[in-house]
Ligand binder design. Structure first.
Ligand code: CU
Length: 472
């Protein structure tokens, strides 16, 4: 059987239901069951995304992606990360509010054969976070190869709500990624397009599973959605247009559940949703096209899914007997409102991107913040701990997802208008199409090592669309 035939079959399987692969669920590593000491090794491996096709990949304690780490608010957790790669790496705890020197950004390099042992103070509300490589200049390649995993913070407030919490059963981690394959082998897109628009692929995966099917109980199920793609944004909805409830943004639970039929998710963004499978009907989660993808890619492969049709991501098959439709809490948590009048400064952050003339034979993009590319030796801002600032963020040439380390922020406005329904809640990452105004509270210290703020299209970040600031 040639791969062309198999590829045809896997595509056909989305309608025929024959060649689905069971959704892989990353191993759960619970910090309390580990005595607050977790060991992880970044390692090389081989992964068969398609049968009999082993691609070279990277992972933590495995060949692709890493375990789901569960940590508890109030605890201090040591995570010993050993680098068994042949190159330097780092592990950034994306969304964790911890001091700068523990953050795992480009300044916390782990050299080959070395172990980094940060002790992470967990002092924030329950949330779906993730961890991934943030090594200087090679983040995109390392994440693409598999260096990412989920990090769940839990707390008492969340536990009292009775939300689905049985990991891998009614509480599912879903790391969404697009990847490019040739003859069933993972390939790394190269060239100017891959740099300008970020690396993209025509194959969607969840937790490293192509064409996944998840068996779920016939009740309310919680999905922890993470966009772990290098560049692709998702526009998620169920094929049967069923509604679901969005319950948590990047910073944790919303004040109350929000009924939605579609949900956008930019690279680095997360969302928790509750879906009711009580009716026992199978459901397919799909995505629309990414408006940020290069036109050429959207047009490639006539009649192809990249052109504008909706593409299946994962199929859910409810099992067992239905219980009564689960109760959804009316109220989740209370957020302490920040006031704009507390802001001590307004700062302009432009994610800039331009074409420089032919250089070394190839036209290259210039990426920066306010026109300046990232410089490890330059601190771009010094901020006082406890301060609140308004960040006026704009995006050039295309939409860029901004991630700010070490903070939670709220959206004050989008394109000059009041924030949209998806802008609510506490955030650490946000898609910027034209402009947004953010109210940023700097409550954690980055005195000995800075925090980063950058575009989460990883190729843009690696090429300079990043800045750094200290907080003291
Ligand atoms: Cu960007």
């Amino acid at each position: 059987m040639t791969f062309t035939r198999r590829s045809f079959l896997t595509g056909a399987a989305l309608t025929g239901g024959a060649l689905f692969q069971e959704l892989k669920i990353p191993e759960l590593v619970d910090a309390r069951r580990q005595g607050q000491s977790i060991a992880m090794t970044a390692q090389v491996g081989r992964t068969a995304f398609f049968p009999e096709r082993d691609s070279p990949t990277l992972g933590y304690n495995g060949s692709y992606l890493g375990p789901t780490l569960r940590v508890y608010r109030g605890d201090d957790v040591e995570i010993a990360v050993t680098n068994a790669l042949g190159e330097a790496t780092t592990v950034h705890w994306h969304g964790l509010l911890i001091p700068g020197e523990l953050d795992g950004g480009p300044h916390q390099t782990i050299r080959p054969r070395k172990t980094w042992r940060p002790v992470l103070p967990i002092r924030q509300p329950a949330a779906t976070l993730w961890y991934h490589s943030h090594v200087h200049g090679r983040t995109a390649e390392q994440v693409y190869a598999g260096l990412a995993g989920l990090l769940i913070v839990t707390d008492r407030d969340e536990a009292t709500l009775g939300l689905p919490a049985e990991y891998g059963v009614d509480d599912l981690p879903l790391i969404l990624q697009d990847r490019q394959f040739e003859d069933g082998m993972l390939v790394l897109p190269q060239g100017m397009m891959a740099t300008m628009h970020g690396r993209r692929g025509d194959t969607l995966m969840v937790n490293g599973t192509v064409n996944p099917v998840a068996r779920v109980p016939r009740r309310l199920v919680r999905l922890r959605l993470v966009n772990g793609s290098n560049a692709r944004a998702f526009d998620l909805a169920f094929a049967d247009h069923r509604s679901f409830h969005w319950i948590a943004s990047e910073g944790g639970l919303l004040e109350r559940p929000v009924a939605l039929r579609s949900l956008s998710l930019a690279p680095g963004e997360r969302a928790e949703v509750l879906v009711d499978f009580h009716d026992g009907q199978p459901a397919v989660l799909e995505t629309g096209p990414d408006g940020n993808a290069p036109m050429m890619m959207r047009m490639m492969g006539g009649g192809n899914r990249l052109r504008g049709e909706r593409q299946a991501i994962i199929r859910f098959e409810p099992q067992g007997t239905g219980t009564r439709s689960a109760q959804l809490p009316d109220k989740l948590v209370t957020h302490e409102r920040q006031s704009m009048s507390n802001a001590v400064r307004r700062r302009r952050i432009a994610m800039t991107m331009g074409m420089r003339g032919m250089r070394g034979g190839a036209g290259m993009g210039t990426f920066g913040i306010n026109g300046r590319p990232f410089d490890m030796e330059r601190i771009d801002a010094e901020i006082r701990r406890g301060d609140t600032e308004v960040w006026q963020v704009s995006a050039e040439m295309m939409a860029h997802p901004l991630h700010i380390h070490g903070v939670h922020f709220e959206v004050l406005s989008r394109n000059g208008s009041p924030p949209g329904i998806r802008d609510q809640g506490l955030r650490d990452t946000i898609m910027v199409e034209n402009s947004v105004e953010l109210l940023v509270r700097f409550s954690h210290t980055a005195a000995t090592a800075p925090y980063m703020y950058h575009c989460h299209i990883l190729e843009h970040e690696d090429n300079g669309m990043m800045g750094q600031f200290i907080v003291r």
